[in-house]
Design a protein around this ligand. Structure first.
Ligand code: 5AD
Ligand code: SF4
Length: 438
């Protein structure tokens, strides 16, 4: 039996694409290899959102050269967002001749065909589709977890935030049909899944048909018996509707947690980022969410050092972080992306200034995160047990409805089950708990 190994960079979209690729390779009769050394085919699923992901990709690809030289039958495949950029393809052709298969974000379904062609004809396959085409339904997926699954509801992005490469690598927005999504979720539930995470670059602009929006989809999914939890990501603040806020109130399966990227707290930087909201509008949205759903957890993405960011602009971001009191945040140093409008902005921020601001922001975020977590001590939370923890002392880990990581003592039989847990301690990034006996 041939063995495959997939290395994934980047976001949940990519994680899920890798699950689909694993499903297709398994259907071809291959089995997964836990290490690249034992694999007959290695696939690198790339991310282009920031420069360090590019660097890590080329570094990993370089390491595969030796294996290919010693073993000409070994197949190297590369795919994902980076492949939608011509300058990357040119570099691959010029400097990485040991790559056998190249495909993009729009034609993942072709992987089996490309692998077969390489095997039988022993020639390189470069097959990259430009934007779009029809959504291919019904591809298999080999899930990372038995009890939880990612479900794509839409692909692409129309927002063109000026720093972001995604609209160029993932193309324009295309929504799946509600009936296809609902059927997929029902099949997953029949297969033992209790939690689904709906994925899209901006799920709030989902369009399932005339007058059918993301909130409608949530209400429909909430009717599926035996489904216990619904999550989604990512939301764009400009499109978050009152109906969706109401769905949090009405839908018992929708988890009270939202990832709402703010990117900056400064009106001027938000304008230059083309985010289409300002500080007050974002803050009012969060206040409205918290007023309707008091226990909702709010997380975010923030970019530090966007071109032209002054100390005053940055302080507006710190102010936002303090006002919202995020449960946690992903913080990023601004990274120039080729082909985006912000690449041409002249007032780029020096690296040392970016780093200094970044550290201040992380301190501010961590302080709030620790404070928010400590408020859970003494409460009882419903925790979905995911599996063994990476932590040495506590053996298992799971997530609360608000997506808080909890470490606790449990057992293998409880993986995939939702249990009542008393929170006994807290850290900046996680909680500690004890299961309550029935
Ligand atoms: N530089 C830094 N961070 C970026 N992100 C997207 N593009 C860039 C960039 N050029 C961040 C945003 C987005 C997250 C997925 O990655 O915060 O929400
Ligand atoms: Fe990028 Fe903005 Fe689209 Fe998010 S909404 S993927 S940041 S362009």
């Amino acid at each position: 039996m041939k063995k495959y190994h997939i290395i994934t960079f980047g976001c949940q979209m990519n994680e899920h694409d890798s699950e689909t690729m694993a499903g297709m390779l398994s259907e071809m009769g291959m089995e997964e290899s836990l290490t690249r050394n034992e694999a007959d085919i290695v696939i690198l699923n790339t991310c282009s959102v920031r420069e360090n992901a590019d660097k890590r990709f080329f570094g990993t690809l370089g390491q595969l050269k030796h294996k290919k030289e010693n073993n000409p039958g070994f197949i190297v495949g590369v795919c994902g967002c980076m492949m939608q950029q011509q300058h990357i393809i040119d570099t691959l052709k010029a400097k990485y001749p040991w790559v056998d298969i190249v495909f993009g974000t729009h034609n993942i379904h072709m992987l089996p065909e490309l692998v077969k062609n390489v095997e039988t004809e022993n020639r390189k396959m470069f097959e990259i589709w430009e934007d779009g085409g029809d959504i291919v339904e019904g591809l298999p997926a080999k899930r990372l977890y038995r009890h939880k699954a990612f479900v794509n509801i839409m692909y692409g992005c129309n927002n063109f935030c000026t720093y972001c490469i995604v609209p160029y690598t993932r193309g324009r927005e295309r929504s799946r049909k509600p009936e296809d999504i609902i059927e997929e979720v029902k099949n997953l539930v029949a297969d033992g899944v209790v939690e689904v995470t709906l994925l899209g670059q901006n799920v709030n602009s989902y369009k399932g048909g005339e007058g059918y929006d993301f909130a409608d989809l949530i209400y429909d999914l909430n009717d599926i018996e035996q489904l216990r939890r619904i999550r989604f990501m990512t939301s764009h603040p400009k499109d978050l509707s009152d109906r969706l806020i109401q769905a949090f109130v009405d839908c018992d399966r929708l988890c009270n947690s939202i990832h709402l990227p703010v990117q900056s707290g400064s009106d001027e930087i938000l304008r230059r980022m083309n985010r289409r909201y300002d500080h007050d509008k974002y803050l009012n949205l969060v206040r409205k969410l918290k007023a309707s759903v008091p226990d909702i957890t709010v997380t975010t993405d923030i970019i530090v050092g966007f071109p032209g960011e002054t100390e005053e602009d940055f302080e507006e971001t710190l102010r936002m972080a303090r006002e919202v009191e995020y449960d946690s945040a992903f913080t990023f140093l601004y990274s120039i992306r080729k082909g985006t409008p912000a690449e041409k902005y002249e007032d780029q921020i020096p690296e040392e200034v970016k780093h200094e601001r970044f550290n201040r922001l992380v301190d501010c975020i961590n302080e709030t995160a620790a404070k928010k977590n400590s408020a859970y001590v003494g409460t009882v939370q419903k925790v979905l047990i995911d599996g063994r923890s990476k932590n040495d002392i506590f053996t298992y880990s799971g997530r609360t409805e608000g997506f808080k990581l909890v470490n606790l003592k449990a057992s293998d039989e409880l993986i995939g089950k939702i249990v009542d847990v008393k929170i006994t301690d807290s850290n900046t990034f996680s909680l500690v708990g004890e299961m309550i006996d029935d």
